[in-house]
Design a protein. Structure first.
Length: 265
């Protein structure tokens, strides 16, 4: 028996990157997976990968920042699959500008997708979980940027910091209904959206890796493994927590430690 046999899981932003890996891995463990991505073609590609491997998946194109679309997506899932057991809030976008150069629209869009989106999906999926008598798991994808300021990442840091607190509040409110809510905060992960950005120049990667105790950039499977654990019965006494999966990045900074080595004091 697989971990998620008989379960239905929604993964937002599952057309590529971390969300794609999570969707594929959930399906491999027996879940019926709903790919809720704003990019319909990308979502269909993920569904095709899952079904080619013998899994079951459904694409429901969704802009998570639009409440009407979120509500409609939930209704489609319930009408076709009958239930929702797992929600993974992964959808995100990238904006890299200094605050003084950032357009209001760009600020609003990132917060709409990365903070309002998880609120809306939690609201409507949470209502279903309560109405059916309780039980379920919500896993939010946060970021190390939720606990560490980053230049040119203002709305990303702010939205992910909000996701951490949304996780805690939702965990407290939904606990009486048997619904657990946790978050996974990745460090730098090797995905196409990152590889295509100027921040992943060779110079940047070299500098970044000097701060990572485990010495490599993360893989999508590193994040998926933690998500699947939190969504499983193995984590039945864990809720309201934010788990850093970052190769040890946030343990401390080697540049700082070097100047404070005890042999130099």
């Amino acid at each position: 028996m697989k971990r998620f046999d008989g379960k239905v899981a929604i993964v937002t932003g599952a057309g590529s990157g971390i969300g794609r890996r999570i969707a594929i891995d959930l399906a491999a463990e027996g879940a019926k997976v709903v790919v809720a991505d704003i990019d319909e073609a990308a979502g269909e590609r993920t569904v095709a990968e899952i079904t080619a491997d013998g899994g079951e998946a459904l694409s429901v194109p969704t802009d998570v920042s639009d409440e009407a679309q979120v509500e409609a997506m939930v209704e489609v899932v319930l009408s076709k699959l009958g239930q929702i057991d797992i929600l993974v809030n992964n959808a995100g976008i990238t904006v890299h500008k200094l605050l003084v150069d950032l357009e209001r629209d760009a600020w609003d869009r990132q917060l709409d997708v990365q903070l309002t989106g998880p609120f809306l999906t939690t609201k409507h999926v949470g209502r279903h979980m309560i109405a059916r008598g309780g039980g379920g798991n919500i896993v939010n994808i946060s970021s190390v940027a939720s606990v560490m300021g980053r230049i040119k990442c203002g709305p990303h840091c702010v939205s992910k910091g909000g996701v951490n607190m949304l996780t805690k509040v939702a965990a407290m409110e939904l606990a009486e209904h048997g619904v657990r809510v946790n978050a996974v905060a990745p460090g730098l992960i090797d995905v196409p959206s990152q590889r295509n950005e100027e921040t992943l120049s060779t110079e940047y990667k070299t500098s970044y890796l000097q701060q990572v105790p485990l010495g490599r950039i993360g893989r999508t499977s590193d994040i998926s493994s933690m998500v699947l654990y939190l969504a499983s019965e193995e984590a039945e006494w864990i809720t309201g927590q934010v788990f850093l999966v970052d190769g040890g990045l946030m343990s401390g900074h080697y540049t700082f430690q070097g100047t404070h080595d005890h042999t130099q004091l």
